[in-house]
Write a protein that binds this ligand. Sequence first.
Ligand SMILES: *Cc1c(COP(=O)(O)O)cnc(C)c1O
Length: 690
Amino acid sequence: MRAKTPALDRFRVAAAVLVAAIHTSPLASCTAEGDFWLTRVLARLAVPFFFLVTGYFLGRSNWKSLPRFLKKTGLLYLLAIALYVPLNVYARQLTGWQEALRGIFLEGTFYHLWYFPAVLLGAVLAFLLSRLGARSGLAIAALLYLAGLGGDSYYGLLFTHPAGKAFYDALFCVFSYTRNGGVFAPLFLLLGASAKPGNPRLCLPGFLLALACMSGEAVLLRQAGWPRHDSMLLFLPVCAVLLFSLLLSVNGGQDRAARRFSAAFYVLHPWCIVLVRGAAEALGLEQPLVQNSLGHFLAVVLLCSLLSLAAALLRAEGPAETGRAWRELDRQALAANAALLRRQAGPHCALMAVLKADAYGHGAVPCARVLRRCGVRAFAVATLSEGIALRKAFVRGAILILGYTPPAEAELLARWRLTQAVVDEPYARRLAAQGHRVRVQLAVDTGMHRLGVPADDPAAFRRIYRLPNLRFAGLFSHLCAANSAEPSDEAFTAGQIDAFLRLAGTLRACGCPVGDTHLLASAGLLRLEMQPCSHVRPGLALFGVWETQEERDESCGLRPVLSLRARVACVRRLAEGERAGYGLAFTAKRPTLLATVSIGYADGLPRDLAERGGEALLHGVRVPIVGRLCMDQLLIDATDAGEVHGGDAVTLIGEDKGERITAEEVAGRCGTISNEVLSRLGGRLGLVLR
Ligand SMILES: *Cc1c(COP(=O)(O)O)cnc(C)c1O
């Protein structure tokens, strides 16, 4: 097997340097012909290469990564726009708003930034064209490219056709060049999407031949005086695709540092040209650093490399989220569950989403963002730091802290606009005494005897309502047997509800500012009649999970949101009778393929999962977890799962090829409820959104 290198990522660096060459003409002072070939022929491959790589990865994801690509590239473009504002101001560019809009959406706000609107618009167009089928899409993109040629290198051809010239001249009232707008990029993006590794023995001579043809084409066109601009040539797509197939044939793995470096280099090089010129003038080094074109080019490349290296280091990412063990969130399921629960709650009752314990192990911040997007405006957490973490991630809306916060933290409650649950009357007094204006909701004890002012003491509530500094936002209680069908429990629950509603009525009648009212968590919301309250307060149900397998009700339409997966670290064969793991707790009863999986009890799995018959999914097959769970690893008997390799994904909770393990199943085996299993999923697990 030939050794593979991350050729695609590394070639990005060369392509970025070639673009800098276009803008510095390195060979101009020694050979005008050589410089023409370097900057107008060879370097013209650089941008099409970037389009091809982009198309290649979009195509590989079946265009599913298009939204993420648009977002990431859009953000980078915004950053680049901001970086070049000083030069725009200095050069008095984009002074009118029309100019500015044209700059931002069509041409780029600085000469090299045309690439961003072109690739953003091009990617959307290429996606739409790809829906017409690979061939028709490519054919249309090729026609668009041919049309673009007429306004670029083949502009002179049209002098004999006044109508054609008039057409392009009208076009140039909007675009400066035909490479802008959606003509240039889509062809390369679609070619990239369908690109395959080529046979190097054919691609290399093919590429050299195409490059020779392209060189000839460029020289002839220049002699004829046809080009209006020189970005587009007839042989360019052929040449670029052969180069790309050649790179693909040796490509393997990725080099994310090279990717970041090349992006930074591309964005920064015009600034470096300005800086090198400025510095040369200030230091009297204009001869070697500006007039000498090669010296100029090298100085720009050196400065830009240093800055890009610094930028790439600054942006250096951590390890991939899915490298070892990770949680996977199904955002659509979360949104659908929220919609379903809201319908269940009725038109007059809003959702307060309970996101305590990092949203039951699902990641509070991403969950809050999904829920806000589907209209949820109230959240609840258990602790002050959970509330602050949401605010720091710019989650707006009401955030109620359900648990105890020391009254001395009143200032933080006020600063982060968090609402604190009042746990009893003395607590209310101490909180009011801190001198900070704090929003509160009053907890009512209707029989659970955990937190709250007793429901049968309205006088205590009236005293609290008279305290200074507290802004009263609501009144709530919690049911403690709502999931039980025992008649005595049902009667108790009915009593709790009755006590809460009666108290709310009494307080309202004597003019107390009761505010929001809420009582029902998941079990109550799913099993009981709706109460006349302003909110319901589900946690678990949002995540499509019930406490136990017996309660699980597939018919109600809630879908599990979380999958928990981990990588196989390595596999080994054991002979019958061989033993493995701590305490040699596993004995192979047959020739066994044993796989070590990179997740353990420190990640939140119950330590007794193996003894209790726990299973995992590997390639869609249920396999037993064996031996004793380690802190960071566990063993599975992978004998029945076909061929297994290091790096394969194992599912501990969730679906794999139609087979499924639920959180309720894991909890049931280990004698606990899903809430505990999920809320323990540790912070060192990765988190990815689907
Ligand atoms: C945890 C909690 C909830 C949410 O309970 P679920 O059963 O997960 O819906 C609601 N209210 C309070 C006070 C809680 O502590």
